[in-house]
Ligand binder design. Structure first.
Ligand code: CTP
Length: 391
């Protein structure tokens, strides 16, 4: 994504401190972040924190003298690609809903033409107040994006809805909003992570896979406007926002879930590291070593999910596979592309220690027509390159 100009409006809520991480995350992604604080916000947190992180002076005074003779609130509003207000108090929500512009922040919101996202955060009873709710609903009708507050223990001691969501969630909303929706007409099914094949109540066989590539594929597809289902084996990752999520454990679960729904999708991306074999029998009781020096485990083949998809799909559906290889990367990946009848295969060299459980990878993307080397880059960028080739 190109560098964007993002305005962060911070008002006087206890969660104002979380916005420092939001400013930091967006700045690290390469965006220009300008923070506008109300007077009350400055009771909770110092502007210096934001200035240090963003590299820009925090704005708060509507009438402050300005050497460039610019009309500050108009310049800031005109240059914005997006504005996020968080934590948004009942006060700022009420002002925006009623067109009141009596300080720098409320003046800018009135003048801005970019999308505005509002993240309300307050005491649960204030949030549930019918006037506040009317204001929120009115703003939604007028095209403002509202991020629903999280539930939990509030600073005032109450339990309920009113917490400002965590910074990663706010950053996600902003980046998603700023992304061009060029996959809006696509439905994409992604599988991710390993499968676990139970041997007995405490043991299983699995493949080494963090699931990060599949989650990155799901996340980028959502950002780009696609309707996305993510079927995931066991991972420690949090569910990407906006996906229809299904958790599975075994290769058989994955097979059943995919076969159940793949016909509804335009693109099927099988990033899951599916076990090729599963124990022939499951031991209800824990297996004992009983002084044996050797132990033989009988395995049987699992269904090849992607092969079944290809066999049953229609002509328009596109199927993408992954190949993890320790030698002859291209030759082996090309064989899988042909043998499984895929439209594309993404080849990984698993001897490369720098790709497992990392946020970055390097792959070769192979189709019938081309072979593209993608050098080390973020898995989200690799996901984007894959979708660019499929568009
Ligand atoms: N795959 C699948 N069902 C399986 C096994 C793999 O759908 N039972 C999919 C994977 O999700 C991946 C591709 O097939 O997209 C990988 O191909 P495969 O030949 O199965 O890879 P490996 O299991 O690594 O094969 P091999 O052990 O023969 O290298």
């Amino acid at each position: 994504m190109d560098k964007k100009n993002i305005l962060l409006g911070v008002t006087g809520g206890i969660a104002a401190y979380k916005m420092v991480n939001v400013a930091s995350g967006l700045t690290k992604k390469g965006h220009e972040v300008h923070v506008i604080m109300t007077d009350s916000a400055q009771e909770f947190i110092s502007p210096i924190s934001f200035k240090t992180i963003t590299g820009f002076v925090v704005e708060s005074d509507l009438f402050e003298h300005n050497k460039d003779q610019e009309v500050k609130h108009i310049t800031l509003a005109d240059n914005a690609d997006l504005m996020l207000i968080g934590p948004a108090t009942a006060n700022i929500i009420g002002k925006v809903a009623n067109g009141i512009a009596d300080d720098l922040l409320s003046t800018i919101v009135t003048a801005v033409r970019s999308p505005v996202i509002i993240a309300p955060s307050m005491n649960v009873n204030m949030f549930n107040n019918p006037i506040v709710q009317d204001n929120i609903n009115y703003l939604k009708q007028k095209g403002y994006d509202m991020i629903s507050p999280a539930e939990g223990r509030l600073a005032c001691g109450y339990e309920g809805k009113g917490r400002l969501p965590e910074p990663e969630i706010l950053i996600d909303y902003v980046l998603k909003k700023l992304t061009e929706k060029d996959l809006a007409d696509k439905k994409i099914l992604v599988t991710a992570g390993p499968t676990q094949e139970r041997i007995d109540p405490v043991r299983y066989i699995t493949n080494k896979s963090s699931g990060k590539m599949g989650y990155a594929l799901a996340k980028r597809a959502v950002y780009r406007g696609a309707k996305v289902k993510l079927i995931s084996g066991p991972t420690t990752l949090s569910m990407p926002l906006g996906v229809d999520f299904e958790r599975v454990e075994t290769a058989l679960d994955l097979y059943n879930s995919v076969m159940n729904c793949f016909k509804d999708f335009d693109i099927v991306v099988m990033a899951a590291a599916v076990a090729d074999f599963t124990p022939k029998d499951y031991a209800e009781d824990k297996l004992k070593k009983d002084n044996q020096d050797n132990f033989t485990l009988n395995l049987k083949r699992t269904n090849d999910v992607i092969k079944e998809v290809v066999k049953n799909k229609n002509k328009e559906q596109v199927v993408v596979g992954f190949a993890a290889e320790s030698k002859d990367l291209i030759v082996n990946a090309e064989k899988k592309l042909i043998n499984k009848g895929l439209d594309m295969i993404v080849a990984n060299d698993i001897k490369n220690k720098k790709i497992f459980n990392k946020d970055e990878s390097e792959v070769v993307v192979i189709t019938r027509e081309q072979k593209i080397d993608i050098s080390r880059s973020a898995k989200e960028n690799i996901a984007d390159r894959i979708y660019d080739m499929l568009k």
